[in-house]
Structures are given as C-alpha cells and as structure tokens.
Design a protein around this ligand. Sequence first.
Ligand SMILES: Nc1nc2c(ncn2[C@@H]2O[C@H](COP(=O)(O)OP(=O)(O)O)[C@@H](O)[C@H]2O)c(=O)[nH]1
Ligand SMILES: [Mg+2]
Length: 339
Amino acid sequence: MRLKHYTARSMQEGLRLIQKDLGDDAVMLSSKSVVLPDGTKGVEITAAVEKFTPAGNPDRSKKGPLSADEYKAGSRYIAPESVEEKLLTHGITGKVARKISQAIKALEGSGFETEDALEMILGKLINFQIPSKVLTNGRPVVLIGSTGAGKTTTIAKLAVSKVSAKRSIGLITMDNFKIGAKEQIKIFADALQVESRAVKTPQELAKEVAHYKAKQKDYILIDSAGLNPFSKDRMESLQKMLFALDNPYILLVLPANLNMQELANIPYAFKGMELSGIIFSKMDETHYLGGIVNAAIESQLEVCYATDGQNIPQDILELDPKSLARKLLQDIQLPWENK
Ligand SMILES: Nc1nc2c(ncn2[C@@H]2O[C@H](COP(=O)(O)OP(=O)(O)O)[C@@H](O)[C@H]2O)c(=O)[nH]1
Ligand SMILES: [Mg+2]
C-alpha cells in the first residue's frame, strides 16, 4: 500500500482527480486545507492505493492488499528494527523510537510501505500545522529565541515571500540590544519598500501594532532581541513586551544544531511566553534530527516551518510528516564520506 497526495481547489475537484487517477478502489485517508502556490485556498487529500507500478500508476491487475511476502520483498521495505536503529542514531529517545517501530510493525499487516507508515505515525505524534494557520491575516506574528537563532533572517524570508505574493506587511523590531539590529530591519524594509518600526516599550509596541492594523496590513511580523533563555531578567522584560499584544502568534526559533539536551530544555524555558509554535532553524547545519523530533513531541508546540540556509528568501521550507519521514530514513551521509 502507498500513500499519494493530491492538491486541488476544492474537495470535489480533488475527489474527481483521485477517481480519475486511481479508480474506484482508492481509499481517502485524510484531507487538510492548504494555500495553493497562487495564494488561494485549496485542499490536500491523502489517498491510499494498493500498489504502484514504476510509472506511478496503480497496478489494477491485482486486488486486495499486498501479501506479507510481497510487501517485505518491496524495495521500499525497511524492517521495523532497522527503522528503530535509524531513529536512535538520529538521537530520538529510546522510548519514542520503540513506540514508532512497534507502530510500524503493526501497520505491516495493512501493507503500508515503511516511509508512508512513518509519515502517518509522525503526523500523529507531532503537532504539524499548515502555513495558513501559522500566518493569518492581521494576527501579529512574533519570533523569539536565543541569540543568533535565525529570527531576523527568518522574518526576512517570510517578509519577502509575502511581498512577492503581493500581500501587504508591516515590520516591527523590538531588538534594542544588538548593535545595528534596528538598522538591519530598516535597510531590509526599505529594500522591500515596506514600513518598519523600532519599539522600546510595551506601549510603543501596542501602538505600532494598532497602526498596522488600522492600515489593514495582511501580515504584521515582529522581530525580537535574542536572549539567553536562562536569564530571568531578560525573559521577564520580553514577557512584558509580549503581554502588550492582543492574541499574538508567538513562534520560538530553535536551531536544529543545538545539542539534544538544550533542544529539549529551551521550549520549557520559553514556556511562560505563551508560545504557539516552533520554527526549527539551521536544519542544514545538522545531520541528526532526533533533537528536533524529541522537542516537537515533548512540547506539542505547532510545527510548520523550518529553515535550511542563509539565503533570503529561498532557504525556508514547510516541515511536514512526509518530508520528515523521508529525512529520518535516509542514510546519514557526511560530506567527506565516500558514497
Ligand atoms: N546555516 C544557516 N544559517 C542561518 C539560518 N538562519 C539564519 N542563519 C544565520 O545565522 C546567523 C544569525 O542569524 P540572525 O537571523 O541574525 O539571528 P537572530 O539573532 O536570531 O536574529 C546569520 O549569520 C544568519 O545568516 C539557517 O537556516 N541556516
Ligand atoms: Mg536578530
């Protein structure tokens, strides 16, 4: 059994597509709202198909799920024990790795291929969200996190993508700490020809958000100063700023290349900030994804975006169960190792 994803403008159109492509035997597993490349709303439907020929079409000559032998002979089959080993190599906790391998074993009987089974399990364990839920019109989005986590760069990536999609944005920086931080946002805003503001106090922050709301900006993106999450004073002053906002969407930018213990600690340290979600940054600077998987599962914060490089705006991606499952099953290849 394989999973196949279809994107369409409406549920009806999606179901028509699935029927045309897979015939009447296709089973619809789930659907979710998505934003289509042209910025309009659409739907993504996941369907299960019995078996694919190499051309990608279902093999209609055979009915019923794959037999256990056929399934295990498939090139995409990975034994649950090997999956557990791969997950442990990534640094996923023993308890979670075992739980996942047991669930994969249980799904073997339904004929799901390993990557698809892992995709479904990750979808249940992690609170994945779609971008249109994370970035909603008019709701202030604030990026917070440790120093150098990638907050400003990520704001810039989000801002460029919204401006390219012809949406209006207002930028605010609360960074009064780092030398040149205000100028960084200003230069960037001028290049994009969007408004930017630098604020020092909770009152100023509330005033500037109200200003952008009055101007009906589609997106209000707020950058903050990097801070040591274990410093009580700095955390308290950030909290005071955030309290000035009405219904903010607060995202923690968490570098994927931090050590495992701190990846688990930092979402806890920021807990008092009423976090909504996490953006994993610097995915390109690590080969081991266990730390982010553990943090996502333990915190149950919403996960949507990840960043994988310094290039603005290209190096931002949607982290979904499918891409994560694929990354976890790939062999870890360090650049200096021979293929
Ligand atoms: N390799 C890599 N570098 C990044 C990524 N995101 C940001 N950076 C770099 O990390 C450094 C700190 O980024 P910055 O956005 O200023 O962090 P901030 O202090 O949280 O605002 C800069 O050199 C960025 O170019 C990423 O996803 N991958
Ligand atoms: Mg910054």
